[in-house]
Design a protein around this ligand. Sequence first.
Ligand code: KUQ
Length: 834
Amino acid sequence: MGTQEQHTRFSPTKAAISLDFAEHLKYSLDADEFHNTDITRYTALAYAIRDRIIHQWHKSRETQRETGSKRVYYLSLEFLMGRAMTNNIINLGLENEVKDAMADLGYAYEELAEVEPDAGLGNGGLGRLAACFLDSLATLDIPSYGYGIRYNYGIFKQQVRNGWQTEQPDNWLRHGNPWEIAREDIIFTVGFGGEVRTLRESGRDQYTWISADQVQGVAYDMPIVGYGGKTVNTLRLWSAKATDEFNFQEFNEGDYVEAVRSKILAENLSQVLYPNDTLYMGKELRLKQQYFFVACSLADIVRRFKRQETSWKELPKFAAIQLNDTHPSLAIPELMRILIDLEHLEWEEAWDITVRTMGYTNHTLMPEALEKWPLTMLESILPRHLQIIFEINHRFLQHAVSFFPLRPQAIERLSIVEEGPSKQIRMANLSIIGSHSTNGVAELHSRLLTERMFPEFSVVFPDRFNNKTNGITQRRWLLDANPLLASKISEAIGDGWITDYERIKDLEPFAEDANFRTDFLTIKQKAKEHAVEFIKKDCGLILRPDSMFDVQVKRIHEYKRQLLNALNIILLYQRIKEGRIQDFSPTTFIFGGKAAPGYVNAKLIIKLINNIAKVINDDSAVRELISVHFLPNYRVTMAERLIPATDLSEQISTAGFEASGTGNMKFMCNGALTIGTMDGATVEMAEEVGRQHMFIFGHSADEIERMRAQYDPYEWITRDPEIRKVMDLFLSGYFNVMEPHIFDPLRQSLLNEDRYFHFADLRSYADSHDEATFLYTNNKDAWAKKAILNIAASGKFSSDRTIMEYANDIWKTRRVPIDRDQSASSTLKAARKK
Ligand code: KUQ
């Protein structure tokens, strides 16, 4: 140890971290030489870091309480956090000290960090957006809580066997979680089922919901450290627990085992994340999850508000509740129930408070993602909430008819209740009616939201609709994920961009600086080598770092058109086989992403990519020029390695279908060029950097809409001989010789019922791709110039900007700066019995 100590500088912080690490190893974990494993070492370091968070965490809560600040409550069924350790260390500003402290003891901090499992409590963009928002809220000193579910199993682990996706459970809590604190004292009881009793009391109906079953929710808190280590906010996740007096009746009747069994059933509620992205499944357990976390969160918010000892009409001055899609929309009837049934407010006043407190974010236009619960299901699980929803609907429609006196179809579309053989409750309608703000997540999406999805609502509530273009946190996605590029940028323009991302535009002149361009390319090369190493360790695949990295990583979905990419690869394959290719430097096509386990076509797309990969990678005449890889188990941690290494970012959804996209932004700020359609936030990226610095192709959202009725894939195929050959090869079974007919459903959806217009865009995609390849092959320097211009133009896409817009326009919240305080002298005093 003594000899290694000489390698690092003396610093009291470093010395304290070493000691705390050693003490946690010994006293918290009893890890002697026989038990000192990579997990105990990781855990001990996490504890040592956590010790440096707790005091500011306490101080943040205390300051926010004492100043009577308005808090933001972000309700989300998903928080795709990834790892916490390196992010927390960087935000605390302790990176060098931790590195040195570990080096002194003979450990590489980077290796310890690799032990941490991802907190994969989300599916894709919607869940990762929630995580980026928490980082920005804390960094911007906005008092806020994330509320969600502490799933015991996050998004499944994806394996690929013979080209097919298989799912493995993600038991992320197996070795404990040093980043959470169980708050056994913060526990609420949630009811389900039963009946509503009505009592006439002093001229007013009093409703009492007598639930049949109860489950408890226990709070588990994770600290959210803002950059600079000042504000530390809370992500509060609820874990389901059977009530202590579980099933007394069965117990007393002697069926002890049956009673324990039903106890375990109650705890199912927080067991597993539903793995569907942009797809709704009307499962009863999912509805129960939604109500479970909404009820716990609102009880907690109400408890905190009651400390103010002020009147209920002040609630919107102390709380802004943001609904991340409709998943938490039961918050609307739940708040009404609390105010009316428990607090005895009149309907009108309760409704005014509810609407002023709630905000709703819509994330998709896809009809199959819209949540609709069968009325009968709601009635049996939440009878009182259904009554309240009916009353909300009744009053709303009375108001709305005056806007559409002679249009019953308009009223039908506005109604929360969808009529039909089995009635359904439309949660998006409830959310718009029950909140003062409905926002989309990119300009195009917000426009289509009012024009196509909810034209009638935008007549009734013209002032409620607004746009909040998504963003990402530059701290995780640039500073943390790409340290070499981050320090190069800071060297050029200073480090103000870390907390003020608009400053990134100061990088623009460096596009003209030849040395900077060379350095940029060197850094990109290093990032590739780093990614290649990670991928080799992670899944055993060997990639060529001296090739162009062409990357499409995101959930597998037909609208995202991984098939378009695959068809273009087949086209290139044929050109190479026929010796028709020129100006082509070796390209590695990289795919990654999970398919919902029940989404047959998405799983087939994975299989097709893997089969194409096999044909190409096994063919020595081709693989020198192109290789194809599907990387299993794409997740936040893999994205952090892969995105900095990317040359060309694939954002090729059918225009009008990707609400925003956020991967597009992560690639942009890491100096990838984008090949993409005018969809989602990619439109705004083109606005910021200029179309000429991207590879934009394909039909616009409006053109797609106009084409819908007459689109005929055969027309597009027959008119283009090269595309025809691509289809002939695919249909001949060339990629599934030993597996006849497996791709029939894909052929069917491409040729007979394609909602995503693959062939209408394939020619312009292929041409655009050629342009990209041509530039990359013949003029790396011009490529680097464009990449730097893209980074410099990415200032808009920080989640700091997004959060400031939410704070100013929707939440009306202010920053509450927290002093950073090193002393913890009050510790003993706080521990003393009161
Ligand atoms: C729906 N809808 C049900 C889980 C997720 C869902 C269950 O949100 C991102 C956008 C992206 C959009 C995604 C989304 N996820 C919509 C979902 O598809 O375009 O960037 C964050 O707004």
